[in-house]
Write a protein that binds this ligand. Structure first.
Ligand SMILES: Cc1cc2nc3c(=O)[nH]c(=O)nc-3n(C[C@H](O)[C@H](O)[C@H](O)COP(=O)(O)OP(=O)(O)OC[C@H]3O[C@@H](n4cnc5c(N)ncnc54)[C@H](O)[C@@H]3O)c2cc1C
Length: 404
């Protein structure tokens, strides 16, 4: 028995579990494989304060604050790199977008300044005509597993039970509400069940059988991939994160080399519901040629990005939503069932704030200001085709989406 059962031990699930435990709820997390083994353990680890709206900016900054002070509120140390970041616009259109974004973000409290990229942008050799915006408050976590292990240690300090290799097979119901979770090995009774199953979030929500409408979580999973080059003297550990907007490329120091991630213009949707039961992130088809071709868009300024020897190439599935915002809140018409998803390639960095806000909502019975707008009911009925089409647009426009 527990007050709360969380399904999925990724960044979202562990953060919700930890924040519920910090408010004295008994919590069990069930994980199909091992904690952090799917999207969360593959992330680039970047935290970005400049966001498209005031709510996401506030949540992003709250998350940065929470990871920088992680030991204060959990008792567990966490290594966070205070690198700062540089946003670079090279076309007229992207300069206008960046100027507008910087103006709005300053109004929401983000510390930003225009800068010469040559002076600030680490491995990026400026051509000279770019607009560069320096954000000193951005951070990253070198290895994504660092945050997962810190969450796990903090969860255990606060008596959260983490059950790995324990897939949820049913969300049990009685009458008109959820009363627990059945796993391959156990039945756990709980009045609150949180679906934080990442790319599997839809089939987990549909495990709730009862007098409910077919439960639909409005997300579509897409592939996202990055590479890390072999170590090189051209990259300094102290270099900032660099994001080049028109190329949709991000760069940061990693293990003595350079991390290069791209947002593909035509991203690959991948639905685990259509795959074998055993499907995992290890089965995602990766495409190094495509990644390097897109990295080639910054080859003049960062020759390394397109041609250095690759030490690691990894990828995972990210849950995209039609409006690019998270899906966090109660599933309508299924009392007791909650969801934390719709990561939009930002769930790693937003997990501290989303976990905190969702736990408060579960326990207090009402959302903190504005959070109700993230609830899964906001889209009304949507088809899978629409989710894929609109999710692909959000993915491809990760750096230049208009404000919602
Ligand atoms: C290459 C890459 C780079 C990224 N870079 C960044 C970044 O720099 N910054 C950022 O903020 N975000 C980044 N992201 C996105 C980030 O990784 C995701 O937003 C985040 O990890 C989502 O967390 P999650 O908990 O929803 O999903 P996951 O980490 O996938 O966790 C879901 C868990 O649920 C489990 N599960 C599924 N079904 C069941 C079941 N039936 N029973 C029990 N457990 C189940 C899965 O095994 C999994 O462990 C990146 C993603 C990728 C792929």
């Amino acid at each position: 028995m527990a007050d709360v059962v969380v399904i999925g031990a990724g960044a979202f699930g562990l953060s919700v579990a930890l924040h519920c435990a910090l408010r004295d709820r008994s919590v069990v997390v069930v994980e199909r494989t091992t904690a952090g083994s799917q999207a969360s353990g593959r992330a680039a680890g970047l935290f970005k304060s400049v966001q498209a709206d005031a709510q996401r900016t506030a949540l992003a900054r709250r998350s940065v604050d929470k990871v920088l002070r992680f030991e204060d509120w959990t008792g567990v140390p966490l290594d966070v790199r205070r690198s700062g970041s540089v946003l670079i616009a090279r076309t007229g259109k992207h300069k206008a977008i960046l100027r507008e974004e910087a103006r709005r973000s300053r109004a929401w409290g983000v510390e930003l300044s225009e800068t010469s990229p040559a002076g600030r942008a680490g491995c990026y050799r400026a051509e000279g005509s770019e607009l560069a915006v320096w954000c000193p408050e951005d951070v990253y976590i070198e290895e994504p597993d660092g945050l997962i292990q810190a969450y796990l240690a903090a969860c255990r300090r606060h008596d959260v039970r983490i059950l790995e290799h324990e897939p949820a097979v049913a969300v049990t119901t009685s009458g008109r509400r959820v009363v627990g979770v059945e796993t391959a090995h156990n039945q756990i009774d709980a009045g609150v069940v949180v679906d934080a199953a990442g790319a599997w979030v839809r089939q987990v929500a549909e495990m709730a059988r009862g007098p409910f409408p077919r439960t639909k979580v409005p997300v579509a999973p897409f592939r996202h991939q990055l590479l890390i080059t072999e170590p090189t003297a051209d990259v300094l550990e102290t270099d900032p994160v660099v994001r080049v907007i028109d190329a949709a490329v991000y760069l940061r120091p990693a293990r003595g080399g350079l991390m290069v991630g791209v947002f593909e213009a035509d991203p690959l949707p991948l639905d685990p519901r259509l795959q074998a039961d055993a499907f995992s992130s290890d089965d995602i088809p990766l495409d190094l040629d495509l990644l390097r071709k897109q990295a080639g868009l910054v080859a003049d300024e960062v020759p390394l990005a397109a041609r250095a020897a690759v030490a690691e190439h990894r990828g995972g599935l990210c849950t995209m939503t039609p409006d690019g915002r998270f899906v966090a809140g109660p599933i309508p018409d299924v009392p007791g069932l909650w969801v934390a998803s719709g990561c939009n390639v930002s769930g790693f960095s937003f997990s501290p704030a989303i976990g905190e806000a969702l736990a408060d909502w579960i326990i207090d019975g009402h959302p903190s200001a504005g959070l109700e707008t993230l609830g899964p009911a906001r889209f009304g009925p949507v088809t899978d085709e629409q989710l894929i089409r609109e999710g692909a647009w959000q993915y491809a426009h990760f750096y230049d989406s208009a404000p919602n």
